[in-house]
Design a protein. Structure first.
Ligand SMILES: Nc1ncnc2c1ncn2[C@@H]1O[C@H](COP(=O)(O)OP(=O)(O)OP(=O)(O)O)[C@@H](O)[C@H]1O
Length: 354
């Protein structure tokens, strides 16, 4: 067998870890690279003491392979991401047969956008709050694994408990059940994962979180990362989604990307529940003059062109940002923005989407 990732993994499967299993079956091997005779990988996901004890044996096992010139095994110091109290978040995905329902949840709705920064997370949190205010039992999953913003927007920062070391108990804020990968990692810690690890983490967020811990949910809102990448693809293919909401600003560039997101949902067979125009109208708080900084009406026009429902427009409002930054979504209060969210929530309920 010539030197390859597979031959290295095969050798690693033959190494017994001090506390049982082997490094591959225990999912401890990350970022394995084989270039010519040079083998490099990161070992993480067990205690530092166990990894330090196993490292020389692991290196020797790889070095004994034909064609190996050098072996570099990196054991990061400090606890691995997702380690510490409770379950480890971030693993390779486990095989599953077809799209799975989320236990304890009646409807699952993804909120996506083509372009970043158009307000998808703001819309997700406020819509979750507005639906909860309308009497629905709502969950909010922050699937924006590279840039989780729901802990800040919903004002939660406690690490979720895990009584059995596997099940994760979500938190509650503003009447909404909340879970974010950001709650499992240190705030300033970057997530440096390749696609499979991201997909495994998402699978954990959907399968290991006890979404019905406070009672069964009417709807789980999933705040997606921007774009049309691995996470969106995995979610649509592996989870029984009831539909997707696409958020865009009226600006041409944002709309162009929103069309890509819509095309992705269409091709993956995820029904689009509707489109939302965010940052639509700016009303000057001093003189009441209405301005359209990013244009106006582009999203409803696109919805009409595609024959998709238009759910409504949301104003560009300083209060929205301040409330989001303060962890108290604007939909928890009164005023134009809160009313706009209540209107969209009503439409979703009337359409039977929730
Ligand atoms: N209608 C609005 N009025 C004023 N500010 C807004 C509005 N919507 C969003 N914002 C602000 O714009 C910024 C980006 O919003 P948000 O993080 O929700 O966007 P996103 O599309 O989720 O971004 P990302 O691409 O990072 O996931 C935030 O500071 C937010 O408070």
């Amino acid at each position: 067998m010539s030197l390859s990732k597979e031959s290295v993994l095969k050798a690693l499967r033959g190494v017994a870890m001090p506390s049982g299993g082997d490094p591959v079956s225990r999912d401890l091997v990350r970022a394995l690279a084989v270039q010519g005779g040079i083998v490099r990988f990161v070992l993480e996901g067990a205690s530092e003491a166990e990894l330090a004890a196993a490292k020389p044996v692991i290196e020797a096992a790889v070095r004994s392979l034909e064609g190996v010139e050098s072996v570099t095994v990196v054991v990061p110091s400090g606890p691995a991401k997702g380690m510490g109290a409770g379950p480890k978040i971030g693993q390779h995905p486990t095989p599953q047969a077809g799209p799975q329902a989320v236990e304890g949840v009646r409807h699952v709705i993804a909120v996506g956008s083509g372009k970043g920064g158009v307000g998808k997370s703001t819309v997700s949190s406020n819509l979750a709050v507005a639906l909860a205010r309308a009497g629905k039992r709502v969950g909010l999953l922050d699937a924006d694994i590279y840039g989780p913003s729901q802990p800040r927007m919903m004002g939660v920062n406690k690490r979720p408990a895990s009584p059995d070391g596997k099940t994760i108990l979500p938190l509650q804020a503003h009447g909404v059940v909340v879970m974010s990968i950001g709650l499992m990692l240190k705030e300033d810690e970057a997530v440096i994962w390749r696609g499979p690890m991201l997909m495994g983490a998402l699978q954990q967020m959907l399968g290991q979180v006890a979404w019905d811990h406070y009672g069964p949910l009417d709807v789980l809102i999933i705040d997606l990362p921007p774009g049309t990448g691995d996470i969106q693809l995995t979610l649509c293919q592996k989870t029984r989604l009831d539909g997707a909401i696409v958020v865009s600003t009226p600006q041409d560039v944002a709309l162009l990307d929103a069309k890509k997101a819509l095309d992705m949902f269409r091709r993956l067979g995820t029904p689009v529940i509707g489109l939302i125009e965010n940052m639509s109208t700016y009303v000057c708080p001093n003189c009441g003059h209405e301005a359209h900084l990013f244009g106006h009406g582009g999203v409803p026009a696109e919805a009409e062109r595609l024959g998709l429902p238009y759910l409504g427009e949301l104003p560009l409002d300083l209060e929205v940002r301040l409330a989001g930054d303060a962890g108290q979504p604007v939909a928890t209060g009164e005023g134009a923005a809160s009313e706009a969210y209540a209107g969209i929530a009503r439409k979703l309920i009337e359409a039977g989407a929730v």
